[in-house]
Design a protein around this ligand. Structure first.
Ligand code: CUA
Length: 353
């Protein structure tokens, strides 16, 4: 039964998906971490095999006493040779593991390039400030002056530097196929870099998956994000179109019911202008129509968005769109007509169309 369960675990581990598997790494960091994983697994397998063989041989060889049933066999107390062998071999094995792991740890934590500037004094490295919140992710590009949420957009073929922090409780930033995981803490920044060498096939499916890897509350398992890896040119185009949305705030007096409702009920927590500033309590919704998930994990369509707006607590228990006792959304009851208009307005926010 135990063996059967062990085999089932392999099937449950979901190792078929290219864009989420640690075993199909993309980018230099992911590949080096994969090699360390293989090294550790190799050494451990070798130890298990050798110990099992010795155990079986001893078991077979000494299972019956040669001197007869009623004689007490020779009593052996201690062996210096054996003790030296089983102390020295593990030390050697641990050194073989430790040297490359410590070297890689320091290498990926080398973020000195984050502070390099060009002749105009502008920072040259691509830096993303990641803030983990209950239960979503904010991505700010300080050198480009843009903010987005839930979908990290990165260029391929260069180092992307991350400043990681949490706004409320401890979370952990993990893109299994690319690298990590790295804790996000409330009171200190963690820094590292990743590299992306595989472009997202198309922006709806071929994206890398990101996860929260630290138990943080009832909706921890739903704290996902997506990563779109674009060619450097496509990335520059995306940055330019995000910047073009700067300052386009919804208007309470708009003739469009969705826009007016957004300005009335949502704008206190959600920005749609591509920048940080007011409305950073909830995810920035700039270009929401271009994303491929509602709330990070629901299929991206208007029906799901309407259901989410009507009762977000049903999907992500404990999320901050609900009042303190989790019984109703903090923006009160919206009419069906308002919810429909709001969903149409939010889905229409796009920089790709
Ligand atoms: Cu955030 Cu688990």
């Amino acid at each position: 039964l135990f063996s059967l369960l062990a085999v089932m675990m392999v099937f449950l581990s979901g190792c078929g998906e290219d864009y989420i598997s640690t075993l199909k790494p993309s980018g230099q960091v992911g590949k080096e971490q994969f090699n360390l994983l293989m090294l550790a697994t190799g050494i451990m397998t070798l130890v298990v095999v050798i110990v099992s063989v010795i155990y079986l041989l001893a078991f077979l060889k000494f299972r019956r006493s040669k001197v007869g049933e009623n004689v007490i066999p020779k009593q052996v107390e201690g062996s210096h040779t054996l003790e030296i062998i089983w102390t020295v071999i593990p030390i050697i094995l641990l050194l073989i593991l430790a040297v490359p792991v410590v070297t890689a740890t320091y290498k990926f934590a080398d973020v000195a390039a984050m502070d390099e500037v060009d002749e105009n004094g502008d920072k040259t490295a691509l830096t993303v400030n990641v803030t983990a919140k209950l239960y979503w992710w904010e991505f700010e590009y300080p050198n480009q002056g843009i903010v987005t949420a839930q979908e990290l957009v990165v260029p391929t073929g260069q180092k992307v530097y991350f400043n990681l922090k949490a706004a409320d409780v401890k979370h952990s930033f993990w893109i299994p196929a690319v690298g990590g995981k790295m804790d996000t803490n409330v009171d200190n920044l963690n820094k590292f870099y990743l590299e992306f060498d595989k472009e997202s096939k198309d922006l709806k499916d071929g994206v890398f998956y990101g996860k929260c890897a630290e138990l943080c509350g009832p909706s921890h398992a739903l704290m996902d994000f997506k990563v779109k890896a674009l060619s450097p040119d496509a990335f520059d185009t995306w940055v330019a179109s995000m910047k073009a949305t700067d300052g386009k705030m919804p208007d309470k007096t708009s003739a469009d019911l969705g826009e007016a409702t957004f300005a009335q009920s949502c704008m206190g927590c959600h920005a749609v202008s591509g920048t940080s500033g007011p409305g950073s309590k909830g995810p920035n919704l700039t270009a929401f129509g271009d994303r491929n998930r509602v709330a990070g994990f629901l299929e991206h369509n208007e029906e799901n968005l309407k259901a989410w707006i009507k009762d977000p607590g049903q999907f992500k228990p404990g999320n901050l769109m609900m009042n303190a006792d989790g019984t109703a959304p903090i923006y009160g009851d919206l009419t069906d007509e308002q919810i429909q208009a709001l969903a149409t307005y939010i889905m229409g926010l796009s920089v790709e169309k």
